[in-house]
Design a protein around this ligand. Structure first.
Ligand SMILES: Cc1ncc(COP(=O)(O)O)c(C=O)c1O
Length: 461
């Protein structure tokens, strides 16, 4: 029998530096919040007198939400204890309430957006952000593409959904995109799950709320010192989406027993970034990122991803020349340095507010050993021929809505027999959680290569 607690303990024992979520990097709270770490069981409470009620907050939770709204410049901020995932589903439901049946969604949408499509019934018009063929990943969305997209899509979609920053840290020009959406009379929803730290202070780029987005969804644990599963849904000051609709949508999809430990950790995260647009804390993060990128880029065997547009300093994608990303990933893990994931042909290193100079020092100290990776046993293998570039999947053909496909009668068939039929399911392995195929799409022959499937559930037409 495998025991989860043992596995966690073993991991903690062997990790010497964290470059993955959560952003607190295993650092216990300090100051007023130490009590959370000291008495976690006593603090795990419920809606008792004086503790407010998240379903209709009027006391301490309402104050926490207004504090968040003040920090990010929102008209209103709503707590999610089911992460950005629940926030994105709520945002899709709020879009659906506008009465239109279609929505513009990016090919690099997180699977929670697809869940939102199933629950809301909206029909996705898939659009392409910039595809980076060299790295095999999606990048930002240029404002020029938005102009074309809005011209071409016909009718009035319920809104435009965008992922910014991307998992690899590419940031889109939200200000211009929001302007274009508003001229077309539609709201902009930004999945800023990876960018809660974008506050403009400490050399960080500004966040989507102040740049005019209607709804912005944050995952707080990705880069800030909050516990996993914490998120916020922000409503912009001029939003075309009503906060009340978002709040009831969020209530529909999240637990009725919100964890007070999680919510108290949100308070800790807010306290860390409250002063001067996050300046003091974020400038430290920025400096760590600059040092990390400089050290990695100076190594002759390594390459660092530079997005075309603005870059988020908390996400650093690095590749070892001529090697598979999994080799570099394993090399680091075996030495106690744990990255977030492999992505395209790179390995993603995530910094957070809990990152330290010692973490960066640890990875830098391993760089001289990279020669072992270059000359190791894998040098004779097929890997030595060079990292295969990730390739772009074929354009999706969405025949029926994800909701229709989800509820239609279906059968499981061998993957080869599924080609040409309609998928009844969405396959979006995490990370990064972006879909290889979405329910209601025609199954392309290429799926046999890129998804290594044995079988697939398809719709009975
Ligand atoms: C782009 C994006 N959006 C949303 C989410 C969901 O975030 P959470 O883990 O807070 O539910 C993720 C998680 O990885 C993500 O990468």
């Amino acid at each position: 029998m495998n025991f989860l607690t043992d596995a966690l303990t073993r991991h903690v024992g062997c990790e010497t530096a964290s470059f993955h979520t959560p952003g607190h990097k295993g650092q216990a709270p300090v100051g007023a919040f130490e009590v959370l770490a000291e008495y976690p069981w006593q603090m795990d409470l419920t809606e008792l007198p004086g503790l407010d009620d998240l379903s209709s907050p009027t006391g301490v939770l309402a104050d926490l939400e207004s504090r968040a709204a003040g920090i990010w410049g929102a008209a209103e901020s709503i707590i999610s204890v089911n992460g950005a995932s629940a926030g994105m589903v709520a945002a899709m439901l709020a879009l659906a309430s506008r009465g239109s049946s279609t929505v513009l969604v990016p090919r690099n949408a997180h699977r929670s957006i697809v869940s939102g499509l199933v629950i809301s019934g909206l029909f996705p018009i898939w659009y392409d952000p910039v595809w980076d063929d060299d790295w095999g990943i999606w990048g930002s969305l240029p404002a020029k593409s938005v102009e074309r997209l809005l011209e071409r899509c016909g009718g009035e979609p319920a809104g435009l959904v965008i992922t910014s920053p991307t998992y690899a840290g590419a940031i889109s020009d939200i200000e211009r995109i929001a302007g274009l959406c508003h001229s077309a009379g539609i709201p902009l929803v930004v999945d800023e799950a990876h960018g809660a730290h974008l506050l403009g202070g400490g050399g960080m780029p500004p966040g989507a709320v102040t740049l005019g987005a209607d709804v912005v969804v944050h995952s707080l644990h990705k880069t800030l010192p909050a516990l996993t599963q914490t998120g916020l849904v922000h409503v912009g000051r001029q939003s075309l989406i009503a906060a009340s609709g978002l709040r009831s949508a969020l209530q529909l999809v999240q637990t009725s027993s919100p964890s007070y430990l999680l919510m108290a950790s949100i308070e800790q995260a807010l306290a860390a970034i409250e002063a001067e647009n996050g300046g003091p804390a974020l400038s430290r993060l920025q400096e760590l990122s600059v040092r990390l990128v400089e050290e990695l880029a100076a190594h002759p065997e390594l390459e660092v991803y530079k997005p075309l547009a603005a870059t988020d300093p908390a996400h650093v994608l690095v590749a070892a020349r001529g090697r598979q990303p999994q080799e570099l990933f394993n090399f680091l893990c075996e030495r106690g340095v744990f990255p977030e994931t492999t992505l395209g042909r790179g390995v993603l290193l995530m910094l957070g507010l809990g990152s330290t100079a010692a973490d960066v020092g640890r990875i830098v100290s391993l760089l001289p050993q990279l020669a072992e990776l270059q000359a190791g046993e894998a040098a004779d293998s097929a890997f030595a021929r060079g990292a295969r570039k990730s390739w772009r999947q074929p354009d999706p053909v969405q025949v029926i809505s994800p909701r229709q496909a989800f509820f239609m009668p279906s059968e499981v068939v061998p993957a080869g027999d599924a080609v040409g039929r309609l998928s009844a399911v969405t396959i979006a392995p995490c990370p990064p959680g972006t879909p290889l195929i979405v329910a209601g799409q025609r199954v392309p022959p290429e799926i046999l290569e890129y998804a290594s499937l044995q079988s697939l559930k398809v719709v009975l037409e």
